[in-house]
Design a binder for this molecule. Sequence first.
Ligand code: CDP
Ligand code: CDP
Length: 211
Amino acid sequence: TTNGFTVAIDGPAASGKGTISKAVAAHFGFAHLDTGLLYRAVAGKTLQGQSPAEAARALVPGDLEHDDLRRPSVAQEASRVAAIPEVRAALVDFQRSFAARAGGAVLDGRDIGTVICPQAQVKLFVTADAEVRAERRYAELAGKGMDVTPEEVLKDVLARDARDMGRADAPLKPATDAVRIDTSTMAIADAVAEVAALIQGVLDRMPDKGA
Ligand code: CDP
Ligand code: CDP
């Protein structure tokens, strides 16, 4: 059984962790949670004047579904509220319950392998050069018709890298037992295939395989 089987995928902004997570979740029939959306949803509320801790405690699933949460300005605010310990603490239970659900789960974010699910059966740390990440994110947002500039996106990525790695509470860093993947020169399909093979290998070695 894959109940409680957790895949933790962490990494900096636009490294490819969301794309990989979605694809391997679909492949194995696991549920997927983009935990960055939680922080972006809190940011959406603080930009409208709510206090960060209150907004985090009052978060409901419907809050995660706004398209404008993808904006670089919201991402910046997300990384600011994500440095507040009360905000992080309010989001822990939801993430851990999601990870423990029946049928397996993939969670992607910054602290999944280190703080949220240190017991995860598979841990990955996905990286890519900052310029490559910014170019990909710019292409993605511009492709969706969003009014952004390459400079704005690069600035957002660099500022969040520094803030997310530098904060005291749950900083962005690879878990000691995480497998590292650099997607700078990798096609999406190859990154997905590599991660799927890794997960399959762990599933194959599980003692209750086929039970
Ligand atoms: O979730 P995260 O912010 O880490 O990144 P993503 O949203 O999965 O990927 C950012 C953008 O890079 C997306 O538009 C992906 O399609 C693209 N990408 C890519 O071109 N090549 C890869 N190997 C991985 C992602
Ligand atoms: O998709 P992208 O990697 O650009 O960002 P995201 O995953 O949506 O995360 C937005 C911000 O939320 C990050 O810059 C982090 O500051 C914060 N975050 C976090 O602190 N912990 C997580 N598990 C996920 C996101």
